[in-house]
Design a binder for this molecule. Sequence first.
Ligand code: SF4
Length: 326
Amino acid sequence: MDQPLLELRNVSREFKVGGGLGLFSRRIIKAVDAVSFSMPSKPWITALIGESGSGKTTIARMILGLLPPTSGEILYRGRKVSEWIKKNKMEYYREVQPIFQDPYSIYNPFYRVDRVLEIAIKKFKLASSREEARGLIIKAMEDIGLRPEDLLGRYPHQLSGGERQRFMLTRILLIKPRLIVADEPISMIDVSLRAIFLDHLLSFKEKHGISCLYISHDLHTASYLADNIVILCYGRIVEEGPKNHVIEDPLHPYTKLLISSIPIPDPKRRWIDKIDLRSVESLRKFRMEKGCVFSARCPYVMEKCLSETPQLKSISLERKVACHLY
Ligand code: SF4
């Protein structure tokens, strides 16, 4: 088997919270709990789907080397991320690039937006002269559908959220990494521009061989973009499989709940099932410390679910689920 591009092996991350009123008020929260999944070396898009508070941003930060795991290993091309960062940080970031939810935080408000691209060119030695750098910037902007004459020379606050995020795509196109870690990348983009943004991620994969870990709460966009889907609930993976299988035949009760919340564009049918986003939202209040993390909300809960944590196991060649029903 090919060496995976990215591999998470039993990765957990704990945080200490509280403590303001004394030692005993401190508690440990497991934001990510024994997570394992991998992405193949061929160009590929994996969607990591979970509600807010499910641990997906913590996973992104660990892959990017911004936060160490409490236990477990994250390997990029067979080597631990911590080793990459220690030995050759620049090489790692040449290959693994983030796209964050809020592109504004990447920009320095006192500098023109061009600087974000110029710094990338300088840092990764992408051009040998100013003229060459300018040519690369203009070409990359045009490829993303931005008009250099309208945007270069402007300050971050003069750009819309969508323009700032597409500027980030321009930066990706200049660097041409092997993997993008995109954490809720379209949540601050106008709805009308979201499909264009996702099409760019698809064309990066198809034309430039750039893989993407697409992190989102939105199964709808994941079903458009991804090759496979990983479902996260309270820091644990509950289901994983090829996109079509997970969307058309969800196995885990939590995945079923998420899918029942996707609107169907058919005027004769209101929704597939009762939309209950509040109940999805309220899941956060019901995290179970023992047994299955979903047991407080699961319609199929059994006695065993309250005491035994279901492990993620293969139920066919490509599908995995963590539920005592299987
Ligand atoms: Fe429901 Fe039990 Fe499966 Fe958890 S393990 S999802 S509680 S049936």
